[in-house]
Design a protein around this ligand. Structure first.
Ligand code: PLP
Length: 454
């Protein structure tokens, strides 16, 4: 048996996502050993309030007995089966029915994948496939936004509009375009109102469509509220205007609800909060509280009919993963949605969201705070070195990294996206737990202020 510590073995053997591999060799991992409610504990027994729900996903916290039981029962009954060639099993059938029942717009069919990235790859392929079937073989390009996050497989990274996910990877592929990010604080022109800014972004979208030719554009892709790009809440009328441009040119609208879905913005789906009527919706993360890896794509009749025709012509739909609709993952997701409904966690998230937003708003006049933004139980505080010019310290990300480090020291896990500190606590958080998040942030901000003043 190896005499190395766990941390040493980690450094020796694992390549971590979103981690500087060289720095990791110096600093090593933070080993998380167990979870309980909204808390996780490291291997030294130190407790952290998980203000990010892991990766925006653990809606029900880290120790939900019903989810554990749902997984165990399904493992004993049927640990694996697939959906290929007309096969089915009850958890995936019931989950598909449940998703169609709660969808914010009439949806026709559900297709399962293992991750959000795979789901977004699948959506692009499905839309290509469908447009071939309906005699629109040129309608193949996708438009998404700068700072969007749609995943990291080759196609989903092409939809993603964050430099960090593209730099060094030879993406985006051709046929993927990015229009402006609807972040008023950063990208509005001086004196431009939110309304005017939204008009300008819709006009920009229209000009890209006209430049490329509407007959070449398949779909517009967006998160209702951008998550990983910095928790960007769009202007009130933004989506209505974008949606109008898309319908004018027969362009499908895809809502990537991977973060927003299942109560995060205070309604069941972000599409409801922001008035989107998507043709296709992608959900993951809070779908199963991440107890199992799973994502789902919901498509409306318009999209399904073309896919059905094409699969009939081809003799099969030549797409699907071994884990598509995995029985354990779908059983856990179904139980997860039932709990969210039975325990009224969407309403609870809206209520706790008000506390979180109001609490963070108290920091909005702090000399290091440029903007406080959010909606429901998701928020960000953007740090700046100069409130007037909105300039960062010397490099973007330095203030954010420092503050997140101090928060961790004080027992809270949050995430710095550049200089924006994200908050995305579990939906089950109590008032006292939201207060703990606010108090810990306050301590970390004080530390950052002292460090900045040195
Ligand atoms: N879409 C959005 C909006 C996301 O936030 C993410 C992940 O953070 C993804 C897609 C990709 O999901 P996954 O990491 O499961 O591939």
């Amino acid at each position: 048996q190896s005499k190395l510590s766990l941390a040493e073995k980690d450094v020796q053997h694992q390549l971590h996502p979103y981690t500087d591999a060289r720095v990791h060799q110096e600093v090593g991992p933070l080993i998380i050993e167990r979870g309980e409610g909204v808390y996780v504990f490291d291997d030294q027994g130190k407790r952290y309030v998980e203000a990010m729900s892991g990766l925006w996903s653990v809606a029900l916290g880290f120790s939900n007995e019903r989810l554990i039981k749902a997984a165990e029962q399904q493992l004993r009954k049927l640990p694996f089966y697939h959906l290929f060639s007309h096969k089915a099993h009850s958890p995936s059938i019931e989950l598909a029915e449940k998703l169609i029942e709660i969808a914010p717009v009439p949806m026709s069919k559900v297709f399962f994948t293992n991750s959000g990235s795979e789901a977004n790859d699948t959506v692009v392929k499905m839309i290509w496939y469908r447009n071939n079937a309906i005699g629109k073989p040129t309608k193949k390009k996708f438009i998404s936004r700068l700072n969007a996050y749609h995943g990291i497989t080759t196609v989903s990274a092409s939809l993603t509009g964050l430099p960090a996910n593209q730099r060094g990877f030879d993406v985006p592929l051709s046929g993927f375009y990015h229009v402006g990010c609807p972040h008023h604080y950063r990208y509005a022109k001086p004196g431009e109102t939110e309304e005017q800014f939204a008009d300008r972004l819709a006009a920009e979208l229209e000009s890209v469509i006209l430049r490329e030719g509407p007959e070449t554009i398949a779909a517009f892709y967006g998160e209702p509220l951008m998550g990983a790009g910095g928790v960007i809440v769009p202007p009130r009328t933004y989506w209505e205007k974008i949606q109008a441009v898309c319908s004018k040119y027969d362009i499908l609208v895809v809502a990537d609800e991977v973060i927003c879905g299942f109560g995060r913005t205070g309604k069941m789906f972000g599409s409801e909060t922001f008035g989107i009527k998507p043709d296709v919706m992608v959900v993951s993360k809070q779908l199963s509280s991440s107890y199992q890896p799973i994502a789902a794509i919901l498509i409306n009749d318009k999209v399904f009919e073309g896919i059905a025709d094409q699969s009939h012509t081809m003799g099969t739909l030549g797409h699907g993963f071994t884990g598509s609709g995995h029985p354990v993952a779908t059983a856990v997701a179904l139980e997860n949605i039932r709990i969210i409904q039975e325990e009224h966690l969407v309403e609870h998230a809206a209520e706790m969201g008000e506390l979180l937003q109001a609490g963070l708003a108290h920091f909005s006049e702090h000399p290091l705070v440029g903007e406080v933004r959010g909606c429901g139980l998701i928020a960000a505080v953007e740090l700046v070195a100069d409130r007037k010019t909105k300039a960062p310290m010397d490099v973007v990300g330095k203030l954010g990294r420092y503050l997140a480090g101090r928060a961790q020291e004080h027992g809270m896990i949050t995430r710095a996206m550049g200089d924006s500190i994200a908050f995305c606590p579990p939906l089950i958080s109590t008032k006292a737990e939201i207060q703990l998040v606010l108090d810990t942030f306050s301590r970390a901000l004080d530390d950052t202020d002292r460090w900045f003043g040195l």
